[in-house]
Each structure stands twice: as structure tokens, then as C-alpha cells.
Design a protein around this ligand. Structure first.
Ligand code: MTE
Length: 299
């Protein structure tokens, strides 16, 4: 598979083929897609996932980011997210707590590109060329103590900036938080993305830094992270707090374990058309195809 560094250039070419898409919308969308991010080489271990990368104009206009609305069409409203300056605090049960700005992160940790499968709990899927660095590199920098068993990741939240999904009759447990075990965070696959498709991360994907854990359902990948806490107990997380029977803390991709309201045996690949029912259907694979990396983590 060819390197997707600089794949932002592919956007215009792919748009030209997408004749029923609205050209004005594509120009507006392209203006949200971040700056070229060069110098990250493609990690050959994560270059071929047996499916073609999802064209960016589909991946970057079909998002979940509930801070900015309840629809998939939040790419425009997410532009209200303020990302400069950005501070990421890493704290809790670590020997070397640290607060990084984005330059600290991108200079201190070597950036690489990885093409990963992405599987949403809602049974749609993509293939995404992320740019970032392994989570274990950050762990090595802060040195968790033996008492640290879990990690809580908190997203940006400001009620003045984030209107939320609307129509909710309950108080939502902001900020959006997610969690991993320390062992999961140390796994080779666990990744922080600061870019995608050869450019810096667009706001709709969780600029300037988000989690990517491709063997888990997409909701585990918290966006726009401002704080990482190493803790002793399993932390409360956003979806698990709202609906614990539907969104488990572990949330590994498991085709045999249905969501209470739908089967997880198949998935649809995000593509052109506004109707997801026309998207190509494929069988779901255990651990989203990453069993060789992660099966040993689980009993
Ligand atoms: N992170 C935050 N802060 N807020 C969110 O609403 N949605 C999650 C996850 N991370 C979400 C989030 C869900 S449900 C999914 S499927 C993925 O982001 C979607 O990532 P993408 O929009 O970049 O494809």
C-alpha cells in the first residue's frame, strides 16, 4: 500500500469523482482540514489493513463529537473548538508529572503514520491514516508508579463553547472521559493522533490530540484531550456512565457480542451517499483484526 503522507492532495481528486456531492460543501470542508504535517514516515507494520483507506471527504464529514452536536454533521460546528494554545496535563500516579503544549509533544515524541481500521459501536467502519506517536512513549516519559492500574483521559469541555447534542433531558457527564488499563495503554497499538491524511488533525476529528485504540469501539477514542490521570481504580467514563449495559468499559470489538439494540456481526464501510444502507457491508472481525497484538491482554 502506498504511503499516504501528503494524502491531503488526494482529497481534490477523490472529490472530483464524487459527482453527487455538493461542491460548495467540499470547499468549506477542505478549509477545515488542517495544515500539512510532513516528516512522519509510514510504519510498515501498520500499512496494510486489507481494505482501502476511506476517502477523507467522507471520514472528515461523518463524525461523532457530542460536545458540538448530536448529528454526524458536526464538522462545521466543531470549528468553534479553540486549540491554540493547548495544554495537556499528565498527572496522578506518575513519577514525573508533566504539562505539554502541542510543540512539546510533536518535538519530543517521534511522529509516524499508521493506517488503522476504525470500528464505531454503531456498526460503521472506516480505514484511517493517522499521524501521531505510541502512547507507550508518553508513559515512558512520565513513569507511572506501580500503584497506577488505570488511566483516565479527559476531553476539552467549556459549556460556553460546547452546545452539546441538544434535546437531552438529562445532565450529561461532561467532560467526555475515557479510560484504559495501564497494560492497554502500554500496548503497541495504542496511539495518540495529532494528524490524519497527511495534515494536522481537523477539529472535527479531535484536534489537536486524540486517542486511537483500534481494537476497541470508536467511542473509546476520546478527542481533544486536555488531561491524562494515572489512577488506581477503574475510572468512570462518559458512555459507560450514561448507559453501562450498552457501552462497556472494555468495549473491545467482538462480533459475537451484540449491542443490546443491534448485532455487531457486520459493519458498513463509510462511503459516498447519504444513506449508510448503501455502504458496503463486511463481517466484523474479533478485536477489529488486531488479535495478534491484543488477545493476550484478555482472559
Ligand atoms: N470524544 C469526544 N470528546 N466526544 C465525543 O463525542 N465520540 C466518540 C469518539 N471520541 C466522541 C469522542 C465516538 S462515539 C466515536 S465513534 C469517535 O470519536 C468518532 O471519531 P471520528 O469522528 O474522528 O471518526
Amino acid at each position: 500500500m502506498k504511503s499516504l503522507i501528503g494524502a491531503g492532495a488526494g482529497f481534490a481528486a477523490a472529490s472530483a469523482g464524487a459527482c453527487q456531492r455538493n461542491a460548495t460543501l467540499d470547499v468549506e470542508l477542505e478549509s477545515t482540514l488542517g495544515q500539512p504535517l510532513t516528516g512522519a514516515s509510514l510504519n510498515s507494520a501498520f500499512a496494510d489493513v486489507g481494505r482501502a483507506p476511506t476517502p477523507q471527504q467522507y471520514a472528515s464529514s461523518y463524525n461523532n463529537f457530542y460536545e458540538f452536536g448530536g448529528s454526524k454533521n458536526i464538522w462545521s460546528s466543531a470549528q468553534a473548538l479553540p486549540t491554540d494554545p493547548w495544554r495537556l496535563e499528565v498527572t496522578g500516579l506518575v513519577k514525573k508529572p508533566a504539562t505539554y503544549d502541542l510543540d512539546d509533544l510533536t518535538q519530543r515524541f517521534t511522529l509516524e503514520e499508521r493506517i488503522y481500521r476504525f470500528r464505531c459501536v454503531e456498526a460503521w467502519a472506516m480505514v484511517v491514516p493517522w499521524i501521531g506517536f505510541p502512547m507507550k512513549a508518553l508513559m515512558a516519559a512520565v513513569e507511572p508508579t506501580p500503584a497506577a492500574k488505570f488511566v483516565r483521559f479527559s476531553s476539552y469541555y467549556d459549556p460556553q463553547v460546547c452546545p452539546g447534542p441538544g434535546l437531552s433531558l438529562r445532565n450529561l457527564p461532561w467532560p467526555y472521559t475515557e479510560g484504559l488499563t495501564v497494560a492497554e495503554m502500554a500496548n503497541d497499538l495504542a496511539f495518540f493522533a495529532v494528524g490524519v491524511y497527511g495534515r494536522t488533525l481537523p477539529k472535527q476529528h479531535g484536534a489537536p490530540i486524540r486517542m486511537v485504540v483500534p481494537w476497541k469501539y470508536g467511542f473509546k477514542g476520546a478527542k481533544s484531550i486536555v488531561k491524562i490521570d494515572f489512577v488506581a481504580e477503574q475510572p468512570a467514563t462518559y458512555w459507560n456512565t450514561l448507559a453501562p449495559n450498552e457501552y462497556k468499559f472494555e468495549a473491545n470489538v467482538e462480533p459475537e457480542v451484540p449491542h443490546p439494540r443491534w448485532s455487531q456481526a457486520k459493519e458498513r464501510l463509510v462511503g459516498e451517499s447519504t444513506s449508510l444502507f448503501t455502504w458496503e457491508e463486511q463481517p466484523t472481525v474479533i478485536y477489529n483484526g488486531y488479535g495478534e497484538y491484543v488477545a493476550g491482554l484478555y482472559g
